[in-house]
Write a new protein. Structure first.
Length: 143
C-alpha cells in the first residue's frame, strides 16, 4: 500500500475525530515497527529503507532522505519515554520524563541532557501525538 503523507489540514485537533497522523507520527510508527522487528533502533539509512519498503513516503511521493529522518530521532526517543509515563496517567511530570531520559542515556545536541523545559515545550505536541496514535491503533483494530 503506497500512502502519501502530508501534515493534517489546519484546524482543531483535540477531538479524536480530528486525530490525524502527521508526517512525523508516521515516521515514528515506522521507527517503532523497525525496532519491534529487529530489536534495535534503526540508523537513519535503515529507517529510510524500512519506510520506503512499507510505502511511507514524504511530500511529493518521494522517499525521505536519511539526513531528513535524523531530525526525527531525538523527538521520537523523548516522545517514547513521555508516552511510557503517559500510560500511567495524564500530564506526565516533565522532571520525571527528563530524569528518565538521562537515566536511559537519551541526550540532546552535543550530549546535553534533556531538560524539563524541552519536555514542557513539546508536551502539547506529545499529547496530540498520543491522541492521534491511540485513535489510529483503535481504528486499525476495528477496521
Amino acid at each position: 500500500m503506497d500512502a502519501l503523507i502530508d501534515d493534517p489540514p489546519p484546524g482543531p485537533e483535540s477531538s479524536p475525530e480530528n486525530a490525524v497522523l502527521t508526517t512525523a507520527d508516521r515516521y515514528y510508527l515506522g521507527w517503532m515497527e523497525y525496532q519491534a522487528e529487529h530489536n534495535a533502533e534503526p540508523t537513519a539509512e535503515e529507517l529510510f529503507a524500512h519506510l520506503a519498503q512499507h510505502g511511507t513516503y514524504g511530500r511529493g511521493g518521494k522517499p525521505v532522505s536519511p539526513a531528513n529522518l535524523r531530525h526525527y530521532f531525538l523527538p521520537a526517543r523523548v516522545y517514547h519515554v513521555w508516552a511510557e509515563h503517559r500510560t500511567a496517567g495524564e500530564n506526565p511530570a516533565a522532571d520525571a520524563v527528563a530524569q528518565y531520559c538521562t537515566a536511559q542515556g537519551i541526550t540532546g545536541q552535543y550530549n546535553k541532557p534533556i531538560t524539563t523545559a524541552y519536555i514542557n515545550e513539546h508536551a502539547e505536541e506529545f499529547e496530540r501525538r498520543w491522541q492521534a496514535l491511540t485513535h489510529h491503533h483503535a481504528n486499525a483494530q476495528h477496521g
